[in-house]
Design a protein around this ligand. Structure first.
Ligand SMILES: *Cc1c(COP(=O)(O)O)cnc(C)c1O
Length: 365
């Protein structure tokens, strides 16, 4: 048996060179004479790992100096609640564009804290499209506008073909980039805050990256414990309490791998190639497979699709697994099939999937 192509949505595939390096270093890191998982987060060894990870991420995403970078526990869902506590006064309006399941979850997290306004929603349409910005109903004096850059379950993503995100003036734009960060260049300066759980594109589950414009950290927000306070985390270098140090280290290895492979420009090229291959396999199947997302917002990261005859889905998944193509079962919200093709998925993996799809159709179509 050998490693298969893993299309899981998250925790997702990690780059094989990163896993090998982690394996080689697991018992003893550098000259620490202990594992990186066993030493203090305040030791000089770990402080070096942490600082390098931050510097590498800043380089990878060209993060401006007036932004703080935090490495936190709690996952993306926790950040969804914390943005309201940190940046909105109690009961203040906050605008949400709901473009899929995760936009809905983000909205749910803040309902106890703010006057959450749904500026636009694709739900009536089954989240197959993103309403154009010209139709968004933004509130006056919103604390922020929240969008989900890529919907991991519904497979919709803000793309250049969709248009530009609106200019929001003094209202900062907050974005959940959990499933598409570092897959293409990002103009961080357009955002007040960007967050991403690591387990899709950045590394292992257990650490979440928050990139926040420093001036926003001065906002009063709402009464909250220190541990829920971004300003306190920033001041403490994300070491207010014990950080998820091993996950931070692994994410750091992924950043180095991405830089060595050519950075986000190269991953944008690979992502475009992978998405092109997979959507072509679906669209060219004469209806045997179908993806229902509007073409100008199709995700490059998560591709949900359905078989014309849903009775064949179970056989498709079982035979794909036999062929070394793992974790293709669609999320329970949608059913069908979903292929997540993040940075760590090589182009050859998607080519193998497209080949399998064609061959399955030949036999069963
Ligand atoms: C996976 C995911 C989340 C939830 O992440 P957790 O780490 O499980 O909290 C939120 N938003 C998006 C876009 C996701 O893909």
């Amino acid at each position: 048996m050998s490693r298969a192509y893993n299309f899981a949505a998250g925790p997702a595939a990690l780059p094989e060179p990163v896993l090998r390096q982690a394996q080689a270093e697991l018992l003893e890191w550098g000259d620490a004479r202990a594992s990186i998982a066993e030493i203090s987060h305040r030791s000089p060894e770990f402080m070096r790992v942490a600082a390098e990870a931050e510097a590498d991420l800043r380089r990878l995403l060209s993060i401006p100096d007036d932004y703080a970078v935090l490495f936190l526990a709690g996952g993306a869902t926790t950040q969804q609640a914390l943005v309201a506590l940190n940046f909105a006064a109690p009961g203040q309006a906050a605008d949400y564009v709901v473009s899929g399941h995760w936009g809905k979850v983000a909205l749910k997290q803040v309902q106890a804290y703010v006057d959450a306004n749904v500026a636009a929603s694709g739900e009536a349409d089954g989240f197959r499209d993103i309403p154009p910005a010209s139709q968004w109903r933004l509130s006056k004096d919103a604390a922020y506008l929240h969008v989900t850059a890529n919907e991991t379950i519904h497979g919709v993503e803000f793309r250049p073909e969709w248009g530009a995100l609106p200019e929001t003036g003094d209202v900062p734009l907050f974005a959940d980039f959990s499933s598409s960060i570092a897959s293409e260049p990002l103009d961080v300066s357009k955002f007040g805050l960007v967050y991403a759980g690591a387990q899709k594109n950045l590394g292992p589950v257990g650490v979440t990256v928050v990139i926040v414009r420093r001036d926003l950290l001065e906002r009063a927000g709402q009464p909250r414990a220190d541990i829920f306070n971004y300003a306190s985390h920033a001041k403490a270098g994300s070491m207010l309490n014990t950080p998820p140090s091993y996950n931070w280290y692994l994410a750091g290895l992924v950043f180095k791998w991405m830089l060595a492979e050519g950075g986000v420009v190269e991953f944008a090229r690979r992502s475009a190639e992978k998405a092109r291959l997979l959507y072509a396999a679906i669209d060219g199947s004469g209806g045997f497979y179908r993806n229902e997302v509007a073409s100008n917002v199709r995700s490059r990261m998560n591709v949900p699709f359905f078989l014309q005859d849903d009775a064949l889905t179970a056989a498709f998944l079982a035979e794909a697994k036999e062929a070394g193509l793992l974790a293709l079962k669609g999320h329970r919200v949608l059913g069908g099939v979903r292929a997540s093709i993040y940075n760590a998925m090589p182009v050859e993996g998607v080519r193998a999937l497209a080949g399998f799809m064609h061959e399955f159709q030949q036999r069963r179509g």
